[in-house]
Write a protein that binds this ligand. Structure first.
Ligand code: GLA
Length: 541
């Protein structure tokens, strides 16, 4: 027995040494399989409520014929416009002039093409489209019918995806979190497995949504213009921290294929892909230009969207309306990163981005996702230099030796109490644009509550050890805050008055980091915190 336990001990020790060694080779990567953002088509952008069985089935056929199915698109989503009120038996009535054979037949047809079927509902009583056409969408929402209707959509009709709007929810003044959670619970009770659920509340509703939905719309509806693409890009720049574990910000359905200029379509696709948004085509496949089909099939861009890590690109540089987003690909802190450079201005522009800011040192290989070719010409000694057309984007993969990130912006922090819903307006944290802030954004409205903290959850340290963390902050009163590292209090800063709201100053603490990813939190449960621009994390020497 004694020998046996000695043997066990030796084996366990050997195993832990081995795993420590494995950890040393890449202490950052412990990635489990996550669900990837969905790719497909939806009826809303082009057809609004003017849909029918023939139209939907025809678009499913075209998804296959255009080769988009082979490129990875698989969902055919029916949006608003198929209902005709709710019958006296308590079940929704289908508009039989549009869908003479009911909705199951349509799902069956979509499935027969090897595709998946999506449907639409509201979390309240009425669908959003009722504002345009009455009375087909009145009383067809899930409110009070959560279990009955979800069972119908998934177990009886066999749909695979549902987008749940909230116009009726607003009219009924329903609590957003409570109602969507109730619907998610009803979905979980269905027999059908692998259902995808999209929350459509047109704003980031709060971190609870990550527990409830696969994806959530972060903005008001997209429209067929550049202003929409720019607005949605900017509104998502500071939402990257909420993406992860198979849960995604939904930047809305694509306007590609509906005659936007080529450069704007490129930006639309590249930004949606690096942010890992669901990629839902919104055009009519019967009239889609060849150029747009090619863009939608761009496997290099789609690989960014469908990368196994399931994370969103975060800002690395933002100057003179040129935004640079980057993210790890395939392995956390591994050799390959995706980079998208977007010019939000109306003039051609160019930007130099230091390789160190992109997380690299030494020689870096550059691959161009639009030209599908190596682009060593843009990589100069210690930076890349990128020229971008007005409203255009360039997209690359960079491969090389990684270094630890040293600068963590407020706009890439996880703000635990962040919500864009007015209902939560009491001391809600915000991210604001200001030329006084590094990369042009800072966070404020933090503190004053136990749950109102900010955190960087992936602070990198290849070796572990002592580091100096420097916080850039601004504060017009005597506020203070605490810093904790990996859950343990590491420093406390008192009286951080800088004299004015956007008068920035720095304060530092020496902390101990583990090898791999670390969590750094700033908080003050009792009083308001200063505005925060960023932290820098440097080895203590
Ligand atoms: C809302 C949604 C749109 C669409 C319409 C349907 O506006 O945000 O995407 O679903 O409702 O009425």
């Amino acid at each position: 027995m004694k020998n046996f336990s000695r043997l066990c001990c030796a084996l366990l020790c050997a195993a832990s040494v081995l795993s420590a060694c494995a950890g040393q080779s890449n202490p950052f990567d412990n990635q489990e399989e996550v669900r990837l953002p969905i790719m497909g088509w939806s009826s809303w952008n082009t057809f609004l409520c003017d849909i029918s069985e023939d139209l939907i089935c025809g678009q499913a056929d075209a998804m296959v014929e255009t080769g988009l199915k082979d490129a990875g698109y698989s969902y055919i989503n029916i949006d608003d416009g198929y209902t005709d009120g709710r019958g006296e038996d308590g079940f929704i009535r289908i508009d039989t002039t549009k869908f003479p054979n009911g909705m199951k037949v349509v799902a069956d047809y979509i499935h027969s093409k090897g595709l998946k079927a999506g449907i639409y509902a509201d979390g309240g009583n009425n669908n959003c489209g009722t504002r345009d056409v009455r009375p087909y969408g009145l009383e067809v929402g899930l409110w009070r019918y959560e279990e009955q209707d979800t069972k119908m959509y998934f177990d009886d009709w066999n749909y695979d995806f549902i987008k749940i709007d909230f116009c009726g929810g607003l009219w009924r003044k329903l609590d957003v979190q409570e109602q969507y959670t109730k619907i998610a619970d009803a979905i979980h009770k269905c027999d059908k497995q692998d259902i995808r659920f999209n929350v459509c509340r047109w704003a980031f509703p709060g971190v609870w949504v990550r527990e409830v939905a696969d994806s959530w719309r972060t903005t008001n509806d997209i429209e067929l213009d550049w202003a929409s693409i720019k607005r949605i890009t900017l509104e998502n720049v500071y939402l990257s921290a909420y993406v992860g574990g198979g849960h995604y910000n939904d930047l809305d359905m694509l306007e590609i294929g509906r005659e936007l200029p080529e450069d704007e379509e490129r930006t639309h696709m590249a930004v949606w892909c690096i942010m890992s948004s669901p990629i839902i085509i919104g055009c009519d496949f019967r009239t889609i230009p060849e150029r747009s089909i090619e863009l939608l099939k761009n496997q290099d861009l789609l690989a960014m969207d469908q990368d196994r890590l399931g994370i969103s690109g975060a800002p690395v540089a933002f100057a003179d309306s040129v935004l640079v987003l980057a993210k790890d690909m395939e392995t956390f802190h591994g050799p390959k990163r995706a980079v998208v450079v977007t010019n939000l201005s109306g003039e051609e522009a160019s930007i130099d981005v230091p390789l160190a800011d992109l997380g690299f040192r030494g020689k870096v290989a550059v691959y161009d996702c639009f030209q599908h070719a190596d682009r060593q010409d843009i990589c100069l000694s210690d930076h890349i230099t990128v020229k971008v057309a007005a409203h255009g984007s360039e997209a690359f993969y960079l491969t090389g030796k990684r270094i630890d990130k040293t600068s963590y912006q407020a706009e890439e922090a996880f703000l635990n109490a962040y919500s864009e819903l007015e209902e939560h307006a009491d001391r809600t944290p915000h991210v604001y644009f200001s030329t006084s802030a590094d990369l042009g954004m800072y966070a404020c409205g933090l503190g004053g509550r136990e749950d109102n903290w900010m955190e960087w959850q992936k602070v990198e340290s290849s070796k572990g050890g002592r580091y100096v963390v420097t916080v850039r902050y601004a504060c017009a009163d005597e506020s203070g805050m605490k810093m904790s590292v990996n859950g343990a209090e590491a420093a406390s800063f008192d009286n951080l008055n800088t004299g004015a709201e956007l008068e920035w100053a720095e304060t530092s603490a020496v902390v101990e980091l583990n090898a791999g990813y670390n969590t750094i939190r700033l908080e003050n449960a009792d009083a308001a915190m200063p505005a925060i621009d960023r932290i820098t994390v440097k080895e203590y020497r």
